[in-house]
Design a protein around this ligand. Structure first.
Ligand code: SF4
Ligand code: ZN
Length: 312
């Protein structure tokens, strides 16, 4: 068995591919927690915050996030926010695991059931949103997480976006030249005027590192896969990125760092911020007359009426 590159222990069980090093369990946990803490401090993610909301889906990334914040900022007032998306067994497992972890860590949990809005994510499959279900699901989660955070009065909302998610998004946005969206790919998104400030403490951590952290700390997470995700373009892009990383170790870190350090400051100077107005239906901020969420809701409620009850 290879030796740990930090302490020399013969139990170097975890291989960090972009560093080309093995670490033992203890050194990996220290390395992981220190790295996340540094990301938070470097970007002032919790500066001046008293109450921090943590968006927890039940997947490994957000579950790792909740534990690592609890461990590295033990005095922070945390509230875990979970949305039950109504995706059958999958959503039930997610909610169960989130409850289990919150109980273990002693973190207050707020669960919101999407069915209370009159629909569930599977209902979107009967609309044109079904073609890009993850994009539509993202609109729902972002809107409701923001609304819940404002209602609960949290100062920041921490999300579990990891390096792999970020690089996948960068690839998509660079390929299609969507600079207005590229300028919003960053570790901290300022809040104000109906928007809670959002922070991404895991933005420099890979999916694999988050997996190892949950595994080595016995953190529960949902093992079931979302049944709606099959064949998504996002998964195809992640596979391509994994292949590039295999050939060029460190590719993901390099792309992210170049974006944040070199490209983002220039984009921020040149890309105009969109003018935000209040949505005519819900009053939340939007660039158009009606926000993306209200458009989606009016479409999906038509089909729910036609097909029966939410999720039916
Ligand atoms: Fe939503 Fe897609 Fe995630 Fe399923 S895989 S929960 S549809 S974003
Ligand atoms: Zn609206």
């Amino acid at each position: 068995m290879p030796r740990c590159a930090r302490c020399g222990s013969p139990e170097g069980a975890i291989y960090i591919d972009y560093m080309k090093k093995y670490l033992c369990r203890e050194c990996f946990l220290k390395f992981y927690e220190r790295k996340v803490k540094n990301t938070v401090l470097k970007h002032g993610m919790f500066k001046g915050a008293v109450k921090v909301g943590v968006a927890v889906s039940g997947g490994k990334d957000s579950m790792a996030l909740l534990r690592v914040i609890r461990n590295t900022f033990p005095n922070m007032e945390l509230t875990a926010l979970h949305i039950n998306l109504g995706i059958g067994e999958y959503s039930e497992e997610c909610e169960l695991k989130v409850k289990e972890l919150c109980e273990e860590l002693g973190v207050k949990l707020v669960v919101y059931k999407l069915a209370d809005e009159g629909f569930t994510i599977p209902d979107l499959m009967n609309t044109h949103y079904g073609k890009r279900i993850c994009g539509a699901c993202g609109i729902v989660k972002r809107y409701l997480m923001n609304k819940l955070s404002l209602e609960l009065g949290v100062d920041r909302l921490a999300t579990g976006h990891n390096l792999d998610d970020t690089v996948e998004l960068l690839l998509e946005l660079y390929l299609t030249g969507r600079v207005e969206e590229l300028v919003r790919v960053k570790p901290v998104l300022e809040g104000g005027r109906g928007m809670v400030a959002k922070v991404k403490p895991l933005i420099e951590m890979t999916e694999k590192e988050n997996f190892w952290y949950t595994h080595l700390t016995n953190t529960p997470f949902a093992m079931l896969e979302c049944p709606l995700v099959k064949g998504s373009r996002m998964i195809a892009r992640k596979k391509i990125i994994a292949k590039i990383e295999e050939e060029l170790p460190g590719f993901k870190h390099l792309l992210y760092k170049s974006h944040v350090k070199r490209i983002l400051p220039r984009l921020e100077k040149t890309v105009e911020k969109p003018e935000l107005k209040a949505c005519e239906l819900c009053q939340m901020p939007t660039t158009g007359k009606v926000c993306a969420y209200c458009k989606l809701v009016s479409k999906v409620l038509e089909t729910v009426k036609a097909h029966g009850k939410a999720g039916g």
